[in-house]
Write a protein that binds this ligand. Structure first.
Ligand code: GTP
Ligand code: MG
Length: 144
């Protein structure tokens, strides 16, 4: 099984869509291995999106991600990274497929309801950015 880092972004938390999004992810076969609600500082948001520093939208992205609380989860499933990105849909909600989370809950390319890791190596870095080892259930255990 594989893991991915999921964030329910400020816009979706503000609109009380977190429960519906988590229910959808569970229905799609993802298991929640760790979960918390946090309000990022600007510095913490910058660190998380470090790869995008220098892009034109970076300041807007950091301001958005730190404006109110987010819900962060480590999710597990077969082929979790790719399957999760299918379920959330394209970055721009206007271009996302019908029924995807960004289509249902996103408003714009900036305020697009959800984040997902883009590859397995990124997922490991992103999960450890938010969770200490003891906060994430181990894999391959009947007590997981
Ligand atoms: P994440 O799952 O959030 O990483 O989205 P992504 O992998 O689909 O897109 P990418 O990593 O390229 O961009 C990260 C985030 O930056 C996106 O989710 C958007 O919220 C934001 N972003 C990307 N392009 C733009 C843009 O042109 N304008 C604005 N305002 N935000 C953008
Ligand atoms: Mg990305």
């Amino acid at each position: 099984l594989e893991r991915t880092l999921s964030i329910i972004k400020p816009d979706a938390v503000e609109k009380n869509h977190a429960g519906a999004i988590i229910a959808r992810l569970e229905a799609e076969g993802f298991t929640v291995k760790a979960l918390k609600r946090v309000h990022l500082s600007r510095k913490e948001a910058e660190g998380f999106y470090e790869e995008h520093r220098g892009r034109g939208f970076f300041d807007e992205l950091v301001a958005f991600m730190s404006r109110s609380p987010i819900i962060v989860m480590a999710l597990e499933r077969e082929d979790a990274v790719a399957r999760y990105r299918e379920v959330i849909g394209a970055t721009d909600p206007a271009k996302a497929a019908e029924g995807t989370i960004r289509k249902l809950y996103g408003a714009s390319v900036g305020e697009n309801a959800a984040h997902g890791s883009d590859k397995t190596s990124t997922a490991a870095r992103e999960i450890s950015y938010f969770f200490a080892g003891y906060e994430v259930s181990p894999t391959a255990s009947s007590a997981s």
